[in-house]
Write a protein that binds this ligand. Structure first.
Ligand code: HEM
Length: 294
C-alpha cells in the first residue's frame, strides 16, 4: 500500500508530508485542549463546534485545490486533494462521534434528533455524501468506476458543501458572521466551476475573470447579508449595505470574501509575472499529464 506522503512515483513528497502532518494539528489541538480543560464551561459542546468548523474548512480546501492549482500554476497541488477530502470525512466522523457522546451514546435519541431537527438531518445527509466520496477515493475505485463516472460522482462535493453551509447557518441561529463568509466563498468556488464549464475551458480562467468573480462574490455576499438582516430584523437594506464601507460594525463578511479571493487573484498575477518561460513550458506539460482523469 502506497504511503500517504509519497507521490505517484513512490518518492517522498515534501508537499504531501507537510499537508499530512498539518491535517492532524486541529484535531490534536482540540484533544489536548479538552484534556487540559481549556475548552470553557461546556467542553464537549465546544469540541463539537471546533471540529465542525474544521470539517467545513477542509471541505472548502479540497474544493479550492482545482482553482488554486490553475490560478497559481501549481499542478502538483492535485497530489493533496484526496488527502484533504479524506481528512474532511475523518473530521465529520469525529464531529458526529462527539455529538453522540454528548447524547450519552443513546443511539435511539441520536436517530430521533437527526429525524426531527432539520439542521441535524442536513448535517447527516452531508456526512453520508462525504462517506460516499471517501469510499470511492482509492485508485482501485477510480479505475473501477472509470474517469468520467468518478468525476461525475465526485461533483457531489458541491452539493455536500451547500448542505454543510446550510447546517452551519441553521445551527448558528443569530450570529451569521462566519457562515456568511463561508457562503460567499462557496459562491466563488461554485461560480469558478460554472464559468470554466460555460466557457468550455479545460485549462484555467484568465486572471481578469478571476478578479471579476471575486468582486461578484463579494457583492453577492453583501446583498445576502443585507437580505438576511432585512428578513430577520427588518433592518433597512441600504443601512446594512453601508456597513461594508466602514469598520463601525467590524469587518463585514463581504469584505473578507473580497480580501481572500483578491489575495488568490493577486498571487496568480505574481506567479504569472515571476514564472520564467522555461518553467511555464514544464508546468504546461505537467498540467497536461496530471489533468486527464481526475
Ligand atoms: C459534513 C457534515 C457536517 C459539517 C460540515 C458540520 C459542520 C458544523 C459546523 C461548522 C458547526 C458550527 C461550529 C460553530 O458554530 O462554531 C456545527 C455544529 C454542530 N453540528 Fe455539525 N457538521 C456536519 C455534520 C453534522 C452531523 C452529522 C451532526 C449530528 C448528527 C452534527 C451536529 C452538530 C451539532 C450538535 C452542532 C452544534 C449545535 C449547537 O451547539 O447548537 N453535524 N457543525
Amino acid at each position: 500500500m502506497p504511503l500517504p506522503w509519497n507521490d505517484y512515483s513512490g518518492r517522498l513528497s515534501p508537499l504531501k508530508l507537510t499537508v499530512f502532518v498539518a491535517l492532524f494539528v486541529p484535531a490534536t489541538w482540540v484533544m489536548f485542549a479538552y484534556a487540559l480543560g481549556l475548552l470553557g464551561a461546556r467542553p464537549l459542546n465546544e469540541a463539537i463546534h471546533q471540529i465542525g468548523l474544521w470539517t467545513i474548512r477542509l471541505i472548502f480546501l479540497a474544493m479550492a485545490v482545482t482553482p488554486l492549482r490553475q490560478i497559481l500554476q501549481w499542478p502538483r497541488l492535485i497530489l493533496v486533494r484526496r488527502m484533504i477530502g479524506v481528512a474532511a470525512f475523518a473530521y465529520v466522523l469525529i464531529h458526529f462521534s462527539l455529538y453522540t457522546a454528548s447524547q450519552a451514546f443513546d443511539l435511539g435519541k441520536v436517530a430521533t434528533e437527526i429525524a426531527l431537527r432539520i439542521y441535524l438531518t442536513i448535517g447527516f445527509a452531508a456526512l453520508l455524501g462525504l462517506a460516499a466520496l471517501a469510499a470511492t477515493s482509492t485508485d482501485g475505485m477510480v479505475r473501477r468506476l472509470g474517469g468520467k463516472r468518478w468525476q461525475l460522482l465526485h461533483r457531489l462535493v458541491y452539493a455536500i458543501a451547500v448542505l454543510a453551509v446550510i447546517h452551519y447557518c441553521f445551527q448558528s441561529k443569530l450570529d451569521q458572521w462566519e457562515p456568511t463568509i463561508m457562503a460567499g466563498l462557496l459562491l466563488w468556488l461554485l461560480a469558478y466551476r460554472l464559468l470554466l464549464w460555460r466557457l468550455g475551458l479545460r485549462g484555467h480562467l484568465a486572471l481578469p475573470w478571476v478578479a471579476g468573480l471575486s468582486l461578484a462574490a463579494a457583492v453577492a455576499t453583501a446583498l445576502g447579508e443585507a437580505g438576511y438582516f432585512r428578513l430577520a430584523f427588518h433592518a433597512p437594506l441600504v443601512r446594512v449595505l453601508e456597513t461594508n464601507l466602514s469598520l463601525a460594525t467590524g469587518i463585514r463578511p463581504a469584505v473578507i470574501v473580497l480580501a481572500i479571493s483578491l489575495a488568490v487573484t493577486f498571487a496568480g498575477v505574481l506567479r504569472a509575472v515571476l514564472i520564467p518561460a522555461e518553467e511555464r513550458r514544464v508546468v504546461g506539460a505537467a498540467r497536461r499529464q496530471l489533468t486527464p482523469s481526475r
